[in-house]
Design a protein around this ligand. Structure first.
Ligand code: ADP
Ligand code: MG
Length: 701
């Protein structure tokens, strides 16, 4: 097909005037013929198949049946009456029901005459019934020619009101298919199509709109989803290849003294196999001469910090500086004290820079950074400030990267003339193939193994009415010498209310656990940094047994002696947040517990979240459920990767097709990285179209 035809403004299509065109543009973003063609039905009425009454199932969708009405009656109900017909075929009996328009129906229906009926069935009192069926006499039915499966297009109130009904949509689509004469550009190479038994483009398009039968519909959808995902993957992979070719990185060729000395003499524990593998992957990247841009995924407690630290040693060994940025001061402090311990005896100069670093200290840090005396800088967003200039930053590590935006990452890049190697770490795992699609320009490492000896965290759900039992449990644990977190939600929109909840909670805890037997810390975002540090410190040193806090303690905080995590109003937290919070316990040798407190009023999503937390501790499993509940829209990176604008595929539901598409895109690029081969001509063309389109949009926005 002439690709220009697809660019034709929708106004030109027969049946669509300027008014309708305007609504199509505004309501569903259909500007061109091409847009319309890629606007797919979300379901189909299958009128290819006839059911017998005995074949009906309780969850069947719309069905079509041939039979007769043998009896009609009116039944009284609370409001008004309903009309009920006994409908039979040779296999059984069911009911047809009308709640409105009795009179007309009564007068027009013929008893004991064969009808084709169509509609949704429900099951009630041991009998199937169909409310307000579409009905047609078999005699009439035979006279009319019809397409097999009828597409139902997604609609909006505005569309319906302006007369763009499903019928209009179908007509326009037919018109468009006729005008284009089924002559579409085929963007998939022939060998690939043959290998995967994919329908040709034209046939797929036609059957996605007007399927001849279920089987062809499935094939058409598969083919179109594959194509869509294939080109997304191709773009991501090309981008990554390009980055590796174009963006030179500092080659860290040596594994020097610091790394070797630390590895041989100072490792505080044996690394897990997963940690070793990831360190190897990072070493390879750093030595390759290309810039590293790697995402390290590892569940809470999987030991990402030591991996970060050893990567830092590689940078220092090669004469470069490094920095480690964390999203909160608490976490930055903690990294600083942990790493300060590790570098003892290694002769490394480490400093901490946060919002509360004193001006005089800042000045010293700035100087030492610029003249190279300072090897490693740990801190918060403060690292991004203009004044912070390195002599030769070789490696930038970002912890808990989901807390930072892309723009912030980019600012770190600009700290040098050559961008430093970048390692971003996250404890919010998402399924691997998905991660590849979302963070297409990152390579990915996964720590999929916890350090040995970790016990599962026992997780339970308790209603507020059981609070006394929970308090008793807390008392017991504290008696054994353990510490306890009690976390309250703090959601921005209702900050004031939440703050009050927190303070009320704190007061009741203080009453329940009085001094001097119990000491209680409190931590929330409105406190001054010095006060926060003080409270955190007391808890870390074991001077307080209970930490009442908001989610400020969500990320990274590490107090191994804390073994109980109580989450108040747990129904208000998202899954990944619950999982993160739970990860604050289970860090020591003791059995740990997580108690999810809620009221009795729970939505079904809340129930699913709670059940998931109780039944599994596996971050990846939790991430999958989260994804199903929330859809991919909330995940970071979805905007850039374009997965939200998918026309037909769904990255969550179609993840197997996604994998397949990725595999074939990879294979194709391996064989022909510049798309120069004759058989890939179509790919090159389709790809260039995509890139062109994108850059236009970039330009506009
Ligand atoms: P996270 O991946 O959540 O950042 P951390 O790096 O904070 O996890 O590690 C969690 C805890 O596990 C720390 O106390 C750390 O010292 C310990 N740890 C990490 N790796 C190992 C290991 N291989 N063996 C034993 N303990 C480990
Ligand atoms: Mg961490």
């Amino acid at each position: 097909m002439n690709p220009n035809l697809l660019q034709t403004p929708i106004d030109y299509l027969k049946g669509i005037g300027p008014n309708r065109a305007d609504i199509l543009r505004k309501e569903i973003g259909i500007h061109t013929y091409g847009d319309l063609l890629n606007f797919f039905p979300n379901r189909y009425l299958d009128k290819t198949r006839f059911y017998k009454i005995s074949q009906l199932e309780r969850n069947s969708s719309e069905v079509q049946i041939v039979g007769k009405i043998v009896h009609l009656k009116t039944v009284d109900q609370k409001k008004g009456k309903r009309l009920v017909a006994d409908f039979i075929d040779e296999t059984g009996k069911m009911e047809l029901v009308w709640f409105r328009g009795h009179k007309w129906i009564r007068e027009n229906l013929k008893l004991n005459t064969p009808y084709v009926i169509f509609g949704k069935t429900s099951w009630f009192n041991g009998l199937f019934s169909m409310p307000h069926p579409e009905m047609e006499l078999v005699e009439e039915y035979k006279k009319n020619l019809r397409t097999a499966m009828q597409p139902i297009y997604p609609s909006t109130e505005k569309l319906a009101k302006s007369g763009i009904t499903n019928r209009v949509f179908s007509k326009c689509m037919q018109q468009l298919l006729q005008e284009s004469n089924n002559n579409f550009f085929e963007p998939l190479p022939e060998d690939l199509r043959e290998e995967l038994h994919l329908l040709p483009k034209a046939e797929a398009i036609f059957n996605a709109h007007f399927p001849k039968n279920q089987e062809l519909l499935a094939k058409a959808q598969f083919r179109l989803k594959f194509e869509e995902l294939f080109y997304i993957q191709l773009q991501l992979l090309m981008k990554n290849l390009l980055r590796k070719k174009k963006i030179k990185g500092f080659p860290f060729e040596e594994v020097g003294d610091l790394f070797s000395d630390f590895y041989k003499n100072h490792l505080p524990f044996d690394l897990t196999e997963a940690q070793k593998r990831v360190i190897r992957e990072i070493r390879q990247d750093l030595g390759s001469g290309a810039q590293m841009n790697r995402l390290l995924q590892g569940d809470v407690g999987s030991g990402k910090t030591i991996v970060a630290f050893m990567s830092i040693l590689l940078a220092l060994d090669n004469g470069f500086q490094a920095c480690l940025m964390a999203p909160t001061e608490i976490l930055a402090n903690q990294h600083f004290s942990g790493i300060s311990e590790l570098v003892e005896n290694l002769g490394i100069n480490v400093k901490l820079l946060t919002g509360s670093t004193k001006t005089s200290e800042r000045k010293k840090i700035h100087e030492a950074l610029e003249n190279g005396e300072l090897h490693l800088l740990i801190g918060t967003h403060a690292l991004l400030e203009e004044k912070v200039q390195f002599k030769n930053l070789g490696l930038a590590i970002i912890d808990e990267q989901h807390r930072f935006g892309v723009a912030q990452r980019a600012r770190l890049w600009k700290k040098n003339n050559l961008p430093p190697h970048v390692l971003v770490m996250t404890a919010t795992p998402i399924p691997r193939t998905l991660a590849m699609s979302l963070y297409g320009d990152l390579d990915i490492s996964v720590i999929d193994e916890l350090p040995p000896g970790r016990k599962d965290i026992k997780t339970v759900h308790r209603f507020d009415s059981n609070r006394l039992k929970v308090f008793a449990f807390i008392r017991e644990e504290i008696k054994k010498g353990r510490q306890v977190y009690i976390v309250y939600p703090l959601i921005q929109e209702s900050e004031k209310m939440d703050y009050k909840d927190l303070m009320d909670g704190y007061e009741s805890i203080v009453r329940e656990f009085p001094m001097p037997d119990f000491q209680i810390s409190i931590l929330h975002g409105q406190m001054k940094t010095a006060d926060k540090d003080y409270e955190m410190d007391r808890f870390v040193r074991g001077e307080t047994q209970i930490m009442v806090a908001t989610t400020v303690i969500e990320v990274g905080v590490n107090v191994p002696n804390a073994s109980v995590m109580i989450i108040e109003s747990a129904e208000r937290f998202g899954l990944s947040q619950l999982h993160q919070l739970r990860g604050r316990v289970g860090r020591g040798a003791e059995q740990s517990y997580c108690i999810l407190m809620t009221s009795h009023k729970l939505s079904s999503d809340s129930k699913t979240r709670l059940e998931t937390m109780v039944s599994t501790g596996d971050g990846f499993e939790i991430a999958e459920v989260d994804l199903k509940l929330r859809g991919p829209g909330d995940l970071m990176g979805t905007q850039q990767s374009g997965v939200l604008n998918l026309k037909i595929a769904d990255i969550v539901k179609d993840k197997d097709i996604l994998k397949l598409a990725r595999h074939h895109a990879q294979r194709l690029l391996k064989e022909d990285p510049n798309l120069e081969m004759e058989k890939h001509k179509v790919v090159k063309f389709a790809y260039s179209q995509l890139v062109k389109e994108k850059s236009i949009w970039n330009y506009i926005s």
